[in-house]
Each structure stands twice: as C-alpha cells, then as structure tokens.
Design a protein around this ligand. Structure first.
Ligand SMILES: Cc1cc2nc3c(=O)[nH]c(=O)nc-3n(C[C@H](O)[C@H](O)[C@H](O)COP(=O)(O)OP(=O)(O)OC[C@H]3O[C@@H](n4cnc5c(N)ncnc54)[C@H](O)[C@@H]3O)c2cc1C
Length: 337
C-alpha cells in the first residue's frame, strides 16, 4: 500500500474545494484495509473512507489518512426462477452497475439510475430517488467491523435502513463496507407512478414499459434537474426533507396553505425542504462562491473552487433562517468533515 503525503482532495470530491489530507492511500483488498487502519492507529490519527466523494463536504484540512475505496468486482452468487443474487465490490461505480443490471434485464435498481457514487456508499445513506430506495434490493452488506477487527455480514434487517440513513451512517467510523449483496428481479415490477417518470414516458409515447425506458427517463429528468458535477461543484440535495409533528404541521398549514407536505405516520408529516428554503427567500440566491442552484434550490452549488467552509457557512445561514421562520431544524444530508 502506497501512502502519499500532503494530498490535495480537490479532484476526489464533487464540491471540488481545495482542502488537503495529511495522508492518502487506495484500498483494493481486505489486506490493504487492515494495513491502512493499523497504520493510522499506529500514528494515532483518524482515517476516512472515501468513495467518489459525491456526498461529502470538507470544511478544513483532513489531519489523518484518507482511504479511497477501490475494491472491484461483480459476481453472481445464485439464481432462482425469479431472482438473481449478486455480490458487488464497494468500489464499483454505482451507475455503471445499474446499467449492467438493466442490460441483463434484472430489475430493481432502474429508478436509481445516474446517482453518482460507489456501490459501497449506496447503503450508507440508503440512496433513494423516484419512489425507490436501495434497501429494497439489498440482501446483506459485508463490512469490516473496526471495533472487533473482523469481517461481518449484516442482513438487510440488521442494517437499520430508513430515509437517507442506516446503521452505517449512524455508527459512521465503525464499519467499512467491502461489498453489497443484491437481490434483483427477473420479472421486474415497473415503478412508474412517480409524476416526472410518468410524464417523460408519456411524452415519448412509451406505452410498453421496459427497464431501459425507465432508466432513460430517469437519466433525462436528472440531467435537467441536477448540475453536472464535472462543471459545477455540488453534492446533490444538501438537506434532508424534515419530519415534523402533526401538531406543528396543523399550525403551519393554516398559516401557509401552499406548504408541501405529506403524512408519514398518524402523528408525523414530512415537509419538502425546498419549499421551506424558498419560503425563506433562498431560491436562486448566490453569495460570493456559493449559491442555491437556479433549477433546484435544495442543491447548493460551489463556483470557483473556493474553500469548503464557505459552503458550510452558507448552509448554516439557511438552517438558521428556516429555524427562525418555521421552528424546523433542517438536517444536512451531506457528510461534513
Ligand atoms: C448531482 C448529485 C445527485 C445526487 N442524487 C442523489 C439521489 O438522488 N439520492 C441519493 O440518495 N443521493 C444522491 N446524491 C448523493 C450521493 O450520490 C450518494 O450519497 C452516493 O451514494 C455517495 O457515494 P460516494 O461514493 O460518492 O460516497 P462518498 O461521498 O465518498 O462518501 C459518503 C459517506 O460514506 C462514507 N463511505 C463511502 N464509502 C464507504 C465504504 N465503502 N465504507 C464505509 N463508509 C463509506 C464516507 O466516509 C462518507 O461519510 C447525489 C449527489 C450528487 C452530486
């Protein structure tokens, strides 16, 4: 394992801010993971696992060892009349894997097309889009448990998957995901009920649904909605949609009848973070190098590769304004370092 000193993180994360890490190495096997951890522990410095860096924000230099996940491989474990079981290395590119499944006519992940990142990071925040979450296609996750120094297999029900979170996000430094085991459908159920997908399929006069047609519709929608990470620094949606009590919802809806919300349980409602931000006047706002993307307020964009702390401070202003106006605390979806 080769360890580089004083490494720029600029090309290793999608916000593209110019922070540095004291040390950097790639990990492409269980042995290199163990070596990396031992090395960092020996020096008494922290370590951080990085996939494609599309859900992280560095606000200062990382005074430790960044380990870039590069364990590769897609392996069929078993097959039944209706399902296929695959084991996929954590370093595989997520979108390439989704396209691989579509080409084989295996369904389940097509609505999650074009989400940037690695396979290993997908369970961390239980990636989701267009009515689908990755947890629905995960059988188990294989991880290195740094607390006990062993490889463990966690079945789906033990991963504590929920909206944009999981056991791996809650106990962030404990688990290093090595591979993910997926169950895919040989007779897929097409999930086209999401408004924008329906609309694109209708525009294309696509009456006969297919995995490919759904994936193409998702790619089209996402290309129009999200800025290209190769051109403008961003990490997709910056905040989660907050959940509030029925009591607060009932008080707010009287005052703001246009508020976008939907019930989650008998006692809780989810509110669109975009609506809250726009009601506080954040639509299209830009301050120096940072702003809300004009086509999607929830996406914070970063121009000119300035320092990451600017993005953090901008997001803090948004949080404070929403808290003051609505008494709702926005939570960042992006991981802060
Ligand atoms: C334009 C754009 C659109 C997006 N759209 C969506 C969307 O629709 N839905 C959605 O859910 N997300 C979305 N995201 C967020 C992001 O793509 C996902 O969270 C993705 O899974 C991150 O993958 P990554 O490899 O880049 O993770 P990174 O950003 O590298 O890491 C994210 C976190 O996971 C940890 N981590 C990464 N890999 C491992 C591993 N193998 N083991 C242990 N910890 C690890 C890191 O330490 C970090 O804390 C979007 C991002 C962008 C830029």
């Amino acid at each position: 394992m080769e360890i580089t000193q004083n490494c720029s993180l600029q090309n290793l994360h999608s916000f593209g801010s110019n922070e540095k890490a004291n040390y950097f190495a790639s990990i492409d096997s269980i042995e290199t993971i163990e070596k990396g951890i031992q090395w960092a522990n020996g020096k008494n410095i922290p370590y951080l696992i990085l996939g494609s860096g599309t859900n992280v924000l560095f606000t200062k230099p990382f005074e430790g060892l960044v380990l870039k996940m590069e364990i590769m491989g897609i392996k069929k474990i078993k097959e039944t009349a209706s399902e296929v079981f695959l084991e996929v290395g954590a370093g595989e590119n997520w979108h390439h894997f989704v396209i691989y499944c579509i080409q084989k006519s295996w369904g389940g992940l097509e609505n999650l097309s074009f989400i940037p990142g690695t396979v290993g990071a997908a369970p961390i925040q239980n990636i989701g889009a267009y009515g689908v979450e990755v947890k629905d296609s995960i059988e188990s996750v294989t991880a290195y448990d740094t607390q006990v120094g062993q490889i463990i297999i966690l079945e789906n029900r033990k991963c504590a998957f929920a909206y944009r979170t999981s056991l791996f996000k809650m106990e962030q430094r404990r688990y290093i995901i090595i591979s993910v085991q997926f169950i895919l459908q040989k007779q897929p159920i097409f999930r086209t009920e999401y408004g924008a997908i329906k609309e694109v399929l209708h525009q294309k006069n696509n009456k006969q649904h297919s995995l490919e047609a759904i994936s193409n519709a998702v790619i089209q929608i996402r290309s129009e909605k999200f800025p290209d990470i190769k051109k403008i620094g961003n990490a997709g949606s910056f905040f989660k949609n907050p959940t509030i009590t029925k009591e607060l919802y009932e008080a707010l809806i009287v005052k703001y009848p246009k508020m976008i919300a939907y019930p989650i349980t008998d006692d809780t409602y989810k509110i669109a973070a975009t609506w809250l931000m726009e009601a506080c006047g954040w639509k299209g706002v830009q301050k120096e190098n940072v702003g809300c993307y004009e086509k999607q307020t929830l996406v914070i964009v970063h121009y000119n590769n300035g320092p990451g702390i600017e993005i953090y401070n901008f997001s803090e202003e948004i949080i404070q304004s929403v808290l003051t106006k609505f008494n709702i605390l926005l939570e960042r979806e992006v991981m802060i370092y």
